[in-house]
Design a protein around this ligand. Structure first.
Ligand code: ADP
Ligand code: G6P
Length: 483
């Protein structure tokens, strides 16, 4: 029976070794959290990196890791520390990530990192070939693996290959600065179908193909010598039911007793009806606009001092890519900002910013989502931002206000949120005030519409739509028809 081979850099499970024992935790990030619901439901295997380098895995645990991954229908590919350095900490996260998010001043162009990127992409492609059987469908994900579709195509010319990019695709004027731009575009064009979260990313990609490769582009199709590549937008959804159901269970438990988080924050809805918690959750990443958010919150307290002592910002930042210098600098900047603002405004009984720099179990995440009546998400650029969707899915009584940056892909589908420009502190401060004062009926009206949409376009629907479009594209390929 044919299967789907999912390929991404990171697997949905992260393996660590403590005292010679395996520890398995779920991976953080939109790709892994979103796609695993589709993976669980279908007949698929998922190939990716376990999170450890070859040097970090003791010989006696190598087999155990493979077996453990297999339990979740995953196959691990391992890399040396040097490969990871050039491929992951290097070209993926010091070149492509900043470039595709318009942080051009952060981009580095190192030939050795590019060479490692090619080498590791080839390893991934070879691993797919090893597990591929005639009739399988291959679905490659994200910016770490842009060359893989064509590498597979070279070895299996008739394979059905889909590619989905989880981050923005920048405009031609930005993309053209990439030294290896032709190779990147040709790598992606190895797929039959290329998907993006939004129409704008799709349009930018097609414009780069036309202007850099001089390939004919008609509507949303690129014509190659013997194939046509279709490009389309598929906004990724969430596992709505999982978030909704867990939130409902959570409410049952916490209706009369305080959760751990509420105790720690000295907060309970019934006890303190006047006080407000504003939530933000992100990986600690410069694209997420965390520093802007803190400064905008400071500005809010200055502009509306009557809320000092009444409103708190609860900020969860999950450690990410900490070997990349920009992430270390950001961590320092945020620590200093939080310290300065807490020092400036705190009273004996109130601290304005509660800052957690760590990962949290799923239940605590739900606790945060359900305890905070406002979510403030201010990315400078974000492919989608699933946290925005998860927050709305957990608001089971339909109250709560989402303030969301217009730079997040999610804002295109979430018009009922308060949409802000993350660089406009005046607008953010006023949106916080509007959120605090928003009547319950209005909150319910907005969230009902949002929830209806998110429920319908959930992650399984997203994946199914993509796979159906992939089948259709394949059926219409001239080379496929000739077989
Ligand atoms: P990105 O993919 O850039 O990290 P998204 O907002 O799209 O941003 O996705 C982040 C995902 O990571 C969400 O699905 C969120 O639930 C998950 N997540 C965030 N923080 C944690 C955490 N502490 N533990 C587990 N999952 C988390
Ligand atoms: C974003 C990317 C994913 C990545 C995730 C976490 O969601 O689109 O590809 O897995 O961030 O980043 P990390 O570098 O830890 O895999």
């Amino acid at each position: 029976m044919s299967k789907t081979i999912i390929l991404s850099n990171r697997l949905p499970l992260q393996i660590n070794i403590t005292k010679e024992k395996l520890q398995v935790t779920p991976s953080v990030g939109g790709l892994a959290t979103g796609l695993k619901s589709f993976h669980r439901e279908g007949d698929s295997i998922w190939i990716g990196w376990s999170g450890l380098t070859e040097e970090e895995i003791p010989v006696n645990l190598k087999a155990e890791i493979k077996v453990r991954a297999r339990e979740d229908a995953c196959i691990t590919v391992s890399f040396t520390a040097e490969e990871m350095d050039g491929f992951y900490y290097g070209f993926s996260n010091r070149s492509i990530w900043p470039l595709f998010h318009y942080f051009t001043e952060y981009t580095e162009w190192e030939s050795w990192q590019w060479e490692m990127y090619k080498k590791v992409n080839q390893k991934y492609a070879d691993s797919v070939i090893e597990h591929y059987e005639e009739g399988d469908k291959i679905w490659v994900h994200d910016y770490q693996l842009l060359l893989v579709p064509n590498m597979i195509r070279e070895q299996r010319p008739n394979a059905t290959i889909g590619f989905f990019n989880h981050i923005p695709f920048p405009s031609y004027e930005v993309f053209r600065t990439m030294p290896w731009r032709e190779e990147i575009l040709n790598g992606m064009l190895g797929a039959d179908l290329i998907g993006f979260h939004t129409y704008d990313y799709e349009r930018h990609f097609l414009s780069s193909v036309r202007r850099i490769l001089r390939r004919p582009v008609e509507f949303n199709e690129v014509t190659l010598a013997n194939r046509v590549v279709k490009v389309d937008s598929f906004p990724m959804g969430i596992d709505y039911e999982k978030f909704e159901q867990t939130a409902l269970k959570h409410h049952e438990i916490s209706e009369d007793q305080e959760t751990e988080l509420q105790q720690r924050l000295n907060f309970h809805r019934k006890k303190s009806p006047d006080s407000q918690l504003i939530l933000s959750i992100d990986r600690l990443d410069y694209t997420k606009g965390i520093a802007n958010r803190i400064r905008a919150f400071e500005y809010f307290l200055e502009k509306y001092p009557e809320y000092i002592g009444k409103v708190r910002l609860v900020m969860l930042a999950v450690p990410s890519r900490s070997d990349v210098p920009q992430y270390q600098l950001l961590k320092k900047e945020i620590d200093e900002l939080v310290g300065r603002i807490n020092g400036k405004f705190a009273t004996v009984s109130w601290i304005p910013i509660w800052y957690f720099f760590r990962s949290m179990p799923f239940e605590n995440l739900i606790d945060l989502y359900t305890s905070c009546n406002i979510a403030l998400l201010t990315p400078i650029r974000d492919g989608m931002n699933l946290v925005a969707k998860e927050y709305i899915a957990t608001r089971t009584n339909q109250t709560g206000v989402l303030i969301l940056s217009e730079m997040a892909g999610a804002s295109h589908e979430m018009n009922e949120a308060l949409i802000i420009n993350p660089n406009n502190f005046e607008q953010i401060a006023d949106a916080i005030l509007q959120a605090i004062k928003m009547p319950k009926e209005e909150q319910i009206r907005r969230n009902t519409l949002l929830q209806k949409r998110l429920k319908r376009y959930n992650v399984v629907r997203w994946a199914t739509d993509f796979m159906k479009a992939l089948d259709k594209t394949k059926e219409n390929q001239p080379s496929f028809k000739a077989i």
